[in-house]
Design a protein. Structure first.
Length: 139
């Protein structure tokens, strides 16, 4: 079976507030919007933000947070990490950890979107990003 992820869907409480974070913070452009849902075309997959109540109903789950996880957005240079964290915080996010150097190398910080989904903003010199925005493990 092919290793792939097609869509990541995040449950959100307020579509307008969520969109302010993703559009105003990251600068992403929706490719489709309907009542209660927004899709963003990523590099090789889709990211959806959907009203949490609708996602819970559709998946037949309670809507409770499934546990500890984070999503990551890698940037091309160390100098991009903290400014993006600040921009995301200004767009409604919550700064969880300012940028610093972890023991395994690189530079990273964490911000939560308005629905408490954690995003790692990272630069890793061993993971180059190509022109299409794809990151590769090691080089």
């Amino acid at each position: 079976m092919q290793q792939q992820i097609s869509v990541i869907t995040l449950g959100v409480a307020d579509i307008v507030r969520s969109k302010r974070f993703y559009v105003g913070g990251f600068g992403w452009k929706p490719v489709f919007e309907a009542e209660g849902i927004v899709f963003y075309q990523m590099n090789g997959l889709m990211l959806a933000t959907w009203l949490a109540s609708a996602l819970a109903e559709d998946s037949r789950r309670s809507g409770k947070t499934p546990g500890a996880f984070s999503l990551a957005h890698n940037v091309a240079s160390k100098d991009e990490v903290q400014p993006l964290l600040d921009q995301l915080a200004s767009a409604g996010g919550n700064l969880l950890r300012p940028a610093d150097a972890p023991p395994h190398g690189g530079f990273r910080g964490y911000v939560a979107d308005p629905d408490d989904h954690a995003w790692e903003i990272a630069w890793n010199p061993a993971w180059p990003i190509d022109a299409e925005g794809h990151v590769r493990f090691g080089t």
